[in-house]
Each structure stands twice: as C-alpha cells, then as structure tokens.
Design a binder for this molecule. Sequence first.
Ligand code: ZN
Length: 139
Amino acid sequence: MSDMSVPKTPRIWQLAERRYRLIGSKCLKCGRVFVGSRKVCPQCGSRELEDVELSRKGKIYSYTVIRASPMEREKYGPYIMAIVELDDGCKLTTEIVDCSPEEIDIGTEVEATFRKIGEESKSGVIYYACKFRPVAKGV
Ligand SMILES: [Zn+2]
C-alpha cells in the first residue's frame, strides 16, 4: 500500500459516521434484539435478521470498579466496567466514563458516548470505542 494519492478525509468521515452508531440485529422471527451485527439469531436460530440502530440510552444493570489497573491504566486510576441494559432491552458490557464510582449505582441512567481510542495515520482509520456516561441531570 504505497499509493497515498487517495484523499483520506472522506474515508475518515465515512468511518466516523459508522462508528457513531450502535448497531444491533433484530430477529424478524422472534423479535429479540441483540448487540452487534449477527447472521443467526442466538435465541431461535432464525437467519432472518435485520440491522437496527440500538438505543443510545439505558441504565446500569450491574457494575464493577476495576482497581487492579493494567499498566496503561495507571495514570487514570480506577475505572468502571458495567453491564448496561439499553432501553430496547439488550445488554452490553461497557466502560462508564465521566464520573467517579460514588456517582453511580444500579439503575443509574446512562447514555452512549464515543471516544477516539487511536488512529492509524497511514490509512486514515480512526478507532472509536463506545462507552457510556451518566445522563446529565438538569444541566
Ligand atoms: Zn429469533
């Protein structure tokens, strides 16, 4: 890949656009919604699924504060991993950001936020991670 003549800006935006949505799959047979793009329904085995955009809001179903940090985490201190139940019923494991462990609890309302976690400068690819943060109250 030595040909760098392709302008990379459109590609960045294209990727960003896709990353900024939460994609799930809805089974057309049993109606269940799952996180991520699936070919086969884990619930009923149907292959008739369609991509859907998941709700970006939900609430904390359970969480764990991780204090035994890996090396790259040391400068950030403890972080919160949670299972979030989205408004449309599916659950995903994610990191809770923009708050301290004391500010959240089971049932705290959260919303998706997208964080740039890295960039491959040669190809122009930007990596995003979907994390969640508490919904701002009356701000
Ligand atoms: Zn199904």
